[in-house]
Design a protein around this ligand. Structure first.
Ligand code: IPE
Ligand code: IPE
Ligand code: MG
Length: 230
């Protein structure tokens, strides 16, 4: 694939874990476990494909507020395990991690695991997994506005970008949503202004590397104009 046809940053709204489990008459937690396994493999595949940033939507601000304590605790369990086992491997391979979202609302030990990982993450990695947890685009924007107000000066679009959680990460070129819904559900609200969107019915645990490649092929076939003329 030509280099300019390969997205630098891909965002994935990993939806459909619950339905995947339901189809198998299993609890939602089993779907989340399968989804996490898929995410781990997908990150490796994305890196091999030459993608520089993969942002995975793990938990939205709305998920934290609206899902049962049981389901949320199950997700934290998976995250704890991921960050104590798999992230080390990521670092050994020279890849990095960045957390986006309001982590202050998470359990203390999870906050520590996440911040420790960010601190240990290699500098100038060739691939970065951006982990969106208790992430909400609206909260991120309001949070940035409040920081700007505290400074007491009017700011530019460029300066505003530096106040977002994603500071240092280029805007997503491509956003993929699995699970059949065609909405962004508060994902990278500000940064998605010119993102190409790709929707698939595949439930996230079934979203294979080959399906990811199909999304990349769809991206490569598109003409991005950014408001310019053809
Ligand atoms: C996405 O899967 C993962 C999270 C939101 C944590 P869902 O849990 O939303 O799965 P469905 O949409 O109910 O199938
Ligand atoms: C979006 O999925 C959030 C994540 C995948 C983490 P949801 O299942 O929460 O989205 P809605 O509720 O269908 O919009
Ligand atoms: Mg869902």
């Amino acid at each position: 694939m030509e280099n300019n046809k390969l997205p630098v940053h891909v965002g994935v709204i990993m939806d459909g874990n619950g339905r995947w489990a339901k189809k198998r008459l299993m609890p939602r937690s089993v779907g989340h476990k399968s989804g996490m396994d898929r995410m781990i493999a997908l990150a490796e595949h994305a890196k091999k494909s030459g993608i520089k940033y993969l942002t995975v939507y793990v938990m939205s601000t709305e998920n934290l507020a609206r899902r049962s304590a049981d389901e949320i605790e199950g997700l934290f369990g998976l995250i704890r395990k991921y960050f104590t086992v798999n992230v080390k491997r990521l670092f050994e391979q020279g890849s990095g991690i960045k957390i986006i979202g309001d982590i202050s609302a998470l359990p203390q030990d999870v906050v520590k695991i996440l911040t420790d990982a960010e601190n240990l993450s290699p500098k100038n990695p060739d691939f970065t997994l951006v982990f969106a947890i208790n992430y909400g685009g609206r909260c991120e924007i309001v949070n940035a506005v409040n920081k700007a107000v505290e400074k007491g000066e009017k700011i530019t679009v460029e300066q505003f970008g530096k106040l977002l959680y994603t500071d240092g990460v280029p805007d997503p070129d491509l956003i993929i949503r699995t699970g059949g819904e065609m909405r962004l559900s508060n994902f990278l609200t500000y940064q998605s202004a010119y993102s190409e969107l790709y929707f698939t019915d595949a439930l996230f645990p079934d979203f294979s590397d080959a399906e990811f490649d199909r999304a990349l092929a769809s991206f490569a076939a598109r003409e991005r104009r950014f408001g310019g003329a053809q």
